[in-house]
Design a protein around this ligand. Structure first.
Ligand SMILES: [Zn+2]
Length: 1077
């Protein structure tokens, strides 16, 4: 060791020996807060970046000449009508109104010399309401939304010639969210005026505008990235350097700022090139513009919102090649085609290019709790047929981002309508339990599945902020299976859609991901279908998504099963009427010369489907919308009555109410099974209609020694109604005993009172028309009744009537009726109430305690039954304290049960052994008069031996389809009394729909290719949840039978022999057959 010598290298260091000056650590809060001040409005807006956003502004005459014509009486005239009138001079500062009025502005614009050479010229218009820019010759170009949402229109190059140019702005006196003052869900103020605050020619400083977006996004990174990430600190540093570089009035300092921003955002953020890096994205941005077909504004305004919003998107697509925009609701496309052909053609062109993407496949974004099964089918039939006939393709993704819960049969119907995917996000609003999945297989009652994706950013109106992109990962709940997601952005609910700011922000988010990382990589340029295609591909390669069976119950907006009762009743009645018409018209058009009234049927269906929009049928719209829907329903009923009358003529019968003669009376029936019902012949007399087919023979009701049904006052105020099966004791207006004489069993528990009216305080946390909150149950008050009297004591039916006072202004009169029972056919107790309802934020229900025990109750849903807990074990169970049912709810134990039937209600609750039908609510927002007035409601208590079965299913159908009394001609053919098509076999099979083929040559209206010959479509479903066999039997001259999907595409040929087709349906399967004649 030792001894050697080495030449040592002395390290040189430039690091100063002594400290030059003190340097402090940045105080993060202060340096972060400073960033927003650099680009926000407020006290520094004249000193910060904002002060350099414009290079010149001109307003007023002679460069901007304004004149106006006021459309009279809240009319919405066309361009042609409007521009015929004299325009009077007006100016900025004037106010226009009242609410919902329309004002047409003529703008004569001359670009001043000093602005002509500027890079970007815009016209800025702000009246705090909505508007549409029209060319001088009447083409709608672009929508405007005041209040800063979208106030600029880029001037055409041709305007730089120094000459005067004319264009028009159609002003609609409503904001994006209607006309409420302050709180947008309050009823609209009918007398709002809007001041025109801006009508300027503006030369924009494009670089300053770009820097504004740069620092906005970098600022977000500084504020929202985790404080322990270097990326957050770097963002803060870059942002502060940009601010430090800025000098007011010095354009070079803007350019320098943009250069600094590149350190964080990369070089390509000023173009769509930013997306062409070849790196793997996981968030897919899709532009979206949710336009509620009605909500805080009427249909008529929606038509204009569509044109305004979609033309904006066409314009953006011309400037941002990466922009993709998905739009649902065939109805809105149809309106555009009808009223704005210019915009429709523009849209069609973009659809061809693949940038404007029809999605959804349904007529509107409808409610899925309340419409009948067949209505859900028709949403797809009318939707897909529109998309196919107008754009050459059907949709592959069902799209309902905003609907209030999702029925358990939707996956099956989606698959039958050619769709394998479903997009939504509304369950993120659940206020009790967090829904646990983002991407999953959603499984129907019958086992069919769709890929469901719920955007993890938890909105369909994202502002495309840094935070939205980030939440696409931080809130993604299915990353164990697949990390990709959709980011659905753009102004919405009231329309609008993406803005240029959204697209610019996303470019920067992507640039940031590729430059510094940490933020999930967002991509633009793919479609919704691309997103799902790649998911489907991964599934085919072995990706196993988690599953969710049954309904996607929405833990909010439970009041929407009840609010706007009249509208819901109209929905039920129109669905039934359409069923009758299609059945009778199909048979008439096969047999005789009767022409199937396809146009009328289409018009009726389109109206009914439109009214099923997710703010209309649920009851969450303003009063104007219900005036609109009342009008539509009135038209539906008028058309329907006319067609039914014609159809009765083809059958050779005519409706009668109080027939003078009892000769040749028959009952018109549309139910597909044997039926035996008492039918009133007027004047207290009754007959028994019996048989199967569309006409039933009526026999006179035989009065035996003792009447079949009796009503007696057994004690003061206590009445007993009794037939061969049931004994009903009514005390104080309530049913204190319901004894099943056949089963020898009491239905009402000791001390229980069935048909008891109860009232609740109904003040939800915020969304009045929408929500009923769990705490309303704590305010239960029993309503006591006045005296009861016998009002009917006929041999065939007895009734007692009781009046119940609700308050000084409201009352309910209820008839409890019992009819004579037929051997072998379950008898039920029927209630009919007339209600005068004048309450304020109250909820009226009627209760049925029953001596039945089960931890689950059953509720009819579309094409099936959904079971829900009767207890509150977990928060998931308790969340279902109010649920949706269709024609019945049922509580059964082994061997016995009770069904509650109704003719127009959808809200129900079963808590323990207490069943409760929801009748009426009284929210005051957004419709101040919702449900005020007179209501007629029918319901029934149907006890039954055995489990829930076809007795309930069929009785509920019959209850909703009373027989109609008709007078038949003398020599009516016997075949009139039998059905040419019936389904025999297992009684759980329901022949729900009989209609003509959409494309039959004598039916088709030419939207799609016609099919030769005549065909009949049958829709049959398995109603109880078990594999069921049956036979379609027909006397029609059928050549061939196919099983089809609901769009009537032929699938497999089924064996047809001797007028019979044997069928087997899986549990809750919906099967469609096409009988070719
Ligand atoms: Zn909506």
């Amino acid at each position: 060791m030792g001894g050697e010598t080495h030449q040592t290298v002395k390290p040189k260091s430039s690091y100063p020996v002594r400290s030059a000056h003190p340097v402090g650590q940045w105080i993060p809060d202060i340096y972060k807060s400073r960033i927003a001040q650099f680009y926000a409005g407020g006290q520094y807006e004249h000193n910060n970046l904002r002060a350099m956003m414009n290079e010149g502004v001109t307003s007023g005459s002679p460069h901007v000449k304004l004149s106006v014509w006021h459309a009279p009486d809240l009319t919405r005239p066309t361009f042609k009508e409007a521009t015929k009138h004299e325009f009077e001079e007006t100016r900025v500062g004037e106010s226009f109104g009242p609410s919902w009025s329309t004002h047409w502005f003529k703008i004569q614009l001359t670009v001043p010399l000093e602005l002509r050479k500027k890079e970007l010229l815009e016209f800025h218009w702000d009246a705090n309401n909505e508007g549409m820019v029209w060319t001088e010759d009447g083409n709608p170009l672009q929508g405007l939304t005041g209040g800063g949402d979208r106030t600029e229109w880029i001037l055409p190059e041709s305007f730089r010639d120094g000459k005067e140019h004319t264009f028009y702005i159609e002003m609609a006196c409503n904001g994006m969210f209607g006309n409420a003052d302050g709180d947008s869900i309050q009823p609209p103020n009918p007398n709002k005026y809007y001041q025109l605050s801006k009508a300027d020619i503006v030369a924009v400083n494009p670089e300053a505008r770009q820097l504004w977006i740069d620092i906005w996004v970098i600022g977000d990174a500084a504020r929202e990235f985790p404080a322990d990430s270097w990326e957050q600190h770097k963002a803060m540093k870059v942002a502060n350097e940009i601010i430090n570089a800025f000098e007011l009035g010095n354009q070079d300092s803007i350019i320098k700022g943009r250069k600094i921003a590149q350190e964080y955002l990369g070089k390509n953020v000023s173009s769509s090139k930013v997306y062409e890096t070849g790196t793997k994205p996981i968030v897919y941005g899709i532009g979206q513009c949710h336009i509620d077909t009605c909500w805080l504004w009427p249909w008529a305004e929606t038509k204009r919102k569509v044109a305004r919003s979609w033309s904006n998107q066409c314009d953006l697509m011309d400037r941002y090649p990466e922009h993709r925009f998905a739009v649902s609701q065939a109805q809105q496309y149809k309106w555009l085609k009808q009223y704005y052909p210019y915009v429709f053609n523009r849209v069609k062109d973009k659809v061809k290019k693949g940038t404007f993407q029809p999605v959804g496949g349904s007529w509107v974004e409808h409610d899925t709790n309340l419409p009948s099964g067949e209505s859900l089918v028709r949403q797809f039939v009318y939707g897909q047929r529109f998309f196919e006939s107008n754009f050459g393709e059907r949709c592959r993704t069902f799209w309902l981002p905003d609907t209030f819960g999702y029925s358990s049969q939707l996956p099956q119907l989606c698959r039958l309508a050619g769709m394998t995917r479903f997009f939504t996000q509304k369950l993120s609003w659940n206020n009790i339990n967090k829904f646990p999945h983002t991407t999953f297989n959603w499984v129907s009652l019958d086992g069919s599945q769709v890929i469901c994706h719920m955007a993890p950013a938890e909105t369909y109106t994202a502002e495309a902020n840094f935070g939205d992109v980030r939440r696409s990962v931080t809130q993604h709940k299915s990353m164990d299976q697949d990390e990709t997601s959709l980011l659905v952005f753009g102004k919405g609910d009231g329309g609008g859609g993406p803005t240029w700011q959204h697209l610019e922000k996303l470019r920067r988010c992507r640039g940031m991901s590729d430059t510094v990382g940490l933020l999930p990589r967002v991509h633009m340029g793919n479609s919704v279908e691309d997103f799902f295609d790649s998911l489907e591909k991964r599934i085919s390669e072995g990706l196993d998504l988690v599953t969710w069976y049954g309904e996607l119950y929405f833990e909010l907006h439970r009041g929407t099963y009840t609010t706007q009762a009249n509208n819901k009743r109209n929905n039920r009645k129109s669905e039934i009427m359409l069923r009758d018409i299609e059945l009778l018209a199909s048979l008439a058009s096969i047999k005789g010369n009767y022409k199937y009234p396809k146009k009328d049927i289409d018009d009726m269906w389109e109206a009914v489907l439109l009214c099923q929009f997710h703010d209309c049928l649920p009851g969450s719209s303003i009063e104007m919308c219900y005036d609109d829907s009342d009008e539509l329903y009135a038209k539906v009923f008028e058309t329907g009555e006319r067609i039914l009358k014609e159809l009765q003529e083809t059958l050779g019968v005519r409706a009668v109410e109080n027939p003078k003669t009892k000769e040749r009376l028959a009952a018109l029936n549309t139910m597909p099974w044997h039926r035996r019902d008492i039918i009133s012949l007027g004047n207290g007399q009754a007959g028994v209609a019996c048989g199967e087919g569309n006409l039933l023979n009526i026999k006179t009701f035989k009065i035996a020694e003792t009447p079949e049904v009796t009503a007696k006052e057994v004690k003061d105020g206590v009445f007993v109604l009794q037939n061969d099966q049931l004994r009903v004791e009514v005390d104080g207006g309530c049913i204190t005993s319901l004894y099943d004489r056949v089963a020898e069993r009491e239905v009402i528990p000791k001390g229980g009172k069935a048909n008891q009216f109860v009232i609740f305080d109904d003040k939800p946390l915020y969304w009045q028309a929408w929500d009923v909150e769990v705490f309303h149950l704590d305010s239960r008050k029993v309503l006591s009744s006045g005296a009861t009297k016998v009002v009917q004591s006929d041999a065939h039916q007895v009734s007692v009537m009781t009046e119940t006072k609700i308050s000084d202004k409201s009352w309910v009169k209820t008839c409890i009726s019992l009819s004579a029972a037929f051997k072998g056919q379950q008898s039920y107790v029927e209630m009919h109430s007339e209600v005068e309802w004048r309450e304020d934020k109250k909820f009226l229900k009627v209760e049925f305690p029953v001596d039945v025990r089960n931890t689950e109750a059953s509720y009819e849903t579309q094409f099936g039954i959904v079971r829900r807990p009767t207890h509150y074990n977990t928060t998931w169970d308790m969340a279902k304290f109010e649920v949706c049912c269709h024609k019945f709810a049922d509580l059964s134990e082994h061997g016995y049960g009770v069904s509650i039937l109704n003719d127009s209600k959808y809200g129900f609750a079963t808590c323990g052994n207490l069943m409760r039908l929801s009748l009426l609510r009284a929210p005051k927002a957004p419709d101040a008069h919702a449900d005020m007035g007179r209501h007629n409601i029918r319901w029934a208590i149907l006890p039954h031996q055995g489990d829930l079965g076809s007795t309930t299913v069929r009785t509920a159908f019959n209850f909703n389809n009373p027989l109609k009394l008709v007078q038949a001609p003398k020599n009516l053919d016997a075949s009139a009394f039998s059905s040419p098509i019936k389904v025999t076999g297992n009684t759980s099979l329901v022949l729900d729909t009989v209609k003509r083929g959409e494309d039959d040559e004598d039916v088709s209206r030419g939207e799609l290719m016609k099919r030769k010959g005549k065909s009949i479509i049958l829709r049959i479903y398995e109603s109880l949840g078990g594999t069921s066999k049956g036979t379609i039997e027909t006397t029609l001259d059928v050549k061939k039978v196919w099983k089809t999907n609901i769009l009537e595409d032929d699938g497999e040929v089924v064996n047809f022999k001797d007028g019979k087709v044997d069928i087997t349906l899986k549990p809750f399967e919906v099967a469609t057959y096409r009988l070719q004649l």
